[in-house]
Design a protein around this ligand. Structure first.
Ligand code: VG1
Ligand code: CO
Length: 544
């Protein structure tokens, strides 16, 4: 079969963000937009001839089109084999596992995560390396440089692959194997958790709701929770992946999962509620009468991980993204293990995990995971929670309260201002940066004394690389923090994120309402950063 070299012209906007290249579907539908980007990825890699590439996505609109293109371009570029999930489906953590399990060269994950899908929604492509994790900045920078000058891509004329048929097909000289998207992942989960104990807990009447949000985790949750673990049918809701997520917004937060939250706050509700996002890497955890803030969930999972068989020897260390609250730091301190603070985005955890320096990682944006894969993993977090509940025989609320009375509580919230004018947002951050050197030592209000103020720079302790301008941090003497950064996953305008945190000691007050506990900081942030005044917004678009 002949390999064609097809002329193309570059697009100027193919710069990967926090997690791959995310754009409106209509942008991706431009001529050669997908082809350019995938060829630019392959042009930035060495040594994949004859090797295996994994392809999978969250099932959103345009997945099928992009997958067929990717398969042809991979064949034309000389990959030996493609492993693709049936129906084009692979959750992000499952894709990471498949890459590792089959020792693939890398993988393409087609997703825009929690962003809405459909013809008017978003699409995305991300390249993951052989460790199963998102490509590091060295590669994403090279890909971007390549997209700016690309003038041709390789293709092969071949019929579409039947993505519904499990088994082997060929495209040119390349083998394409369509695999069950769930089986390998489910087997991995079984090695990590005490499925017997969780099964017994369900058999004993423990009730839960898992909202798959019409996104990718449906098949995984049906198979694992209702299948292997024996939870009653109906435990999983919205469990069929839909190209438009059933016209929903697959972001598992208190805005889009409000019904579940309300249900969990009533006596009739289930014992436990959870949800995952579009591509299955995020998690929402709600116990009866207790929402667990993601930053707390990271700390709690790290403190209790030894109760699950996969972590019974203890954990080597913890890493959290910079805006994530310091709750996990206190756990690491007590356990006497390493603690790392990294920039936002899972790609920064890869080296630490590969080096065996950390076992558990997490982000305030509802992402938690471990060294079992190199992505955050929504269902993994849910299963670890279930394992801990089964082992401790306590409610989520009791477990959380005990944690606070041991370590203290980090009150935490994030205020997002979405689709802000990009110029205004950029200027706001620049002006704030210019104020920073004057802040340390100043006291605001009665007792908010600035201990440090900087734009976070990360020095990777494993490969020595440096990542600058990762977000502005203003830290106070009492452990409170204000963090401001611009999102790297939005597709329209800019999203400004304001993160606020305040520490309350173990013997302090743990029952305040979060927003009021943080009120003085919210006011000070308003004064220092001026988001409302400069953007004309009276309130955040989303509060988590
Ligand atoms: C956001 C989150 C970040 C997360 C990223 C990808 O990035 O803040 O913590 O890693 O999304 O998650 P940003 O740059 O918009 O703040 V996902 O589930 O969208 O792949
Ligand atoms: Co996601």
């Amino acid at each position: 079969m002949t390999i064609q070299t097809i002329k193309t012209t570059p697009y100027g906007d193919q710069k990967p963000g926090t997690s791959g290249l995310r754009k409106r579907v209509t942008v991706y539908q431009q001529p050669n937009y997908v082809e350019n980007y995938i060829q630019a990825i392959f042009d930035s890699l060495d040594g994949f001839a004859g090797q295996t590439l994994v392809i999978g996505g969250d099932g959103r609109f345009y997945n099928d089109v992009a997958i067929q293109k990717a398969i042809r371009i991979a064949a034309a570029n000389g990959f030996g084999k493609v492993l693709v999930g049936q129906g084009g489906i692979l959750s992000t953590p499952a894709a990471s596992h498949v890459i590792r399990h089959y020792k693939a060269f890398g993988g393409l994950v087609l997703s825009a995560s929690h962003n809405p899908g459909g013809p008017e929604g978003d699409f995305g492509i991300k390249y993951n390396i052989g460790n199963g994790g998102p490509a590091p900045e060295k590669i994403t920078d090279a890909v971007y440089d390549r997209t700016k000058v690309i003038d041709s891509y390789k293709n092969i004329e071949a019929a579409d692959i039947d993505l519904g048929a499990i088994g082997t097909q060929t495209v040119g000289d390349m083998v394409v194997e369509v695999i069950d998207p769930v089986a390998d992942y489910a087997a991995l989960m079984q090695t990590l958790f005490d499925f017997g104990a969780i099964k017994a807990m369900f058999a004993g009447g423990f009730t839960m709701t898992f909202d798959a949000m019409s996104a990718v985790t449906g098949p995984y949750a049906h198979a694992i929770l209702e299948g292997i673990l024996g939870a009653p049918k109906g435990t999983v809701i919205n469990g069929t992946p839909s190209p438009t997520f059933n016209n929903g917004h697959p972001d598992p937060n208190l805005v889009y999962c409000k019904d579940m939250f309300d249900l969990l706050m009533t006596p009739e509700g289930p014992d436990f509620g959870a949800a995952s996002d579009g591509d299955g890497d995020r998690n929402l955890i709600i116990g009866k009468n207790r929402f667990v803030t993601p930053s707390d969930s990271l700390a709690l999972l790290a403190a209790n991980a030894h109760l699950a068989p996969g972590y019974k020897r203890g954990i080597a260390g913890i890493a959290r993204s910079m805006p994530t609250s310091a709750a996990a730091d206190r756990v690491a301190e007590k356990l006497g293990i390493e603690m790392h603070e990294t920039p936002t985005g899972w790609k920064f955890f890869g080296n630490l995990l590969d080096a065996g320096r950390v076992t558990i990682c997490g982000e305030e944006s509802a992402g938690t995971g471990s060294d079992h894969v190199r992505e955050k993993d929504g269902l993994w977090a849910v299963l670890l929670w279930l394992n801990i509940i089964a082992a401790r025989k306590q409610s989520v609320d009791e477990i959380v309260r005990e944690h606070w009375s041991t370590y203290g509580r980090n009150y935490y919230t994030r205020h997002d201002y979405e689709e802000v004018d990009a110029e205004i947002a950029g200027k706001l951050v620049d002006d704030l940066r210019a104020q920073l050197t004057a802040l340390p030592g100043k006291t605001f209000g009665d007792d908010l004394q600035v201990a440090y103020a900087d734009d976070f720079t990360y020095h990777d302790p494993v490969d020595g690389s440096t990542s600058a301008k990762q977000g502005i941090r203003i830290g106070f003497a009492d452990g409170s923090r204000i963090v401001v950064r611009l999102s790297g996953t939005g597709t329209v305008g800019a999203t400004l994120r304001l993160y606020l945190e305040r520490y309350e000691a173990a013997d302090g007050r743990h029952d305040l309402e979060t927003q009021s506990a943080l009120e003085p900081l919210i006011e000070l942030a308003d004064e220092l950063v001026g988001i409302k005044q400069r953007t004309g917004r009276t309130e955040p678009s989303v509060i988590t």
